[in-house]
Design a protein around this ligand. Structure first.
Ligand code: GNR
Ligand code: NI
Length: 166
């Protein structure tokens, strides 16, 4: 396994649209394992392949307290959504920035697991928020793009300053 480098906003590569996974082979399983390891070591609740510069539709997530309930979503699609909820979001690609985003309260997602089994999940609460946040990454969208242009510009300045210092 390996820890992968997480792209930081405003890296242009975060705006790449991910391609569908055609076959779940050893290479894809390796990517899933490395993404899980990277998510756990970064203490995130989710990670999209886009964030580690792999432009395939792969997401890993773990919302459990014990960090032992890994969820894998390959080629995920939201088939239904309803309601509205606002939550203060953060992102491993925008460290230190937290702001409110309004999203659907409930979503139904269909995806393949790491064995190529198709599954459907009805989600609400933080799980539904996280699914929408991760699917946005696969489409090249970062949560800060829901904020005002002024906030986005301030965040860009802050991130560039952080990058220089490190
Ligand atoms: O770790 C994460 N926490 C989080 C909190 C609120 C809403 C979304 C998230 S996802 C984020 C990890 C991440 O950046 N995934 O893309
Ligand atoms: Ni994120």
């Amino acid at each position: 396994m390996a820890i992968l480098n997480i792209l930081k906003y405003p890296d242009e590569r975060l705006h790449t649209v991910a391609s569908e996974v055609e076959t779940i082979d050893d290479n894809i399983k390796q990517i899933v394992a490395n993404m899980a390891e990277t998510m756990y070591q970064s203490r995130g609740i989710g990670l999209a392949a886009t964030q580690v510069d792999i432009h395939k539709q792969i997401v890993v997530m773990d919302l459990s307290e014990e960090r032992n309930e890994l969820r894998v979503f390959i080629n995920p699609k939201i088939t239904q959504s309803s309601g509205e909820t606002t939550y203060e979001e953060g992102c491993l690609s925008v460290p230190g920035v937290f702001d409110k985003v309004t999203r659907a309260q409930n979503v139904t997602v269909t995806a393949l697991d790491e064995n190529g089994q198709s599954f459907t999940l009805d989600a609400d609460g933080l799980l539904a928020i996280c699914i929408q946040h991760e699917l946005d990454h696969l489409k090249g969208k970062v949560f800060v793009e829901y904020l005002s242009k002024l906030k986005q510009s301030r965040i860009k300045t802050k991130m560039k300053k952080l990058a220089k210092e490190s």
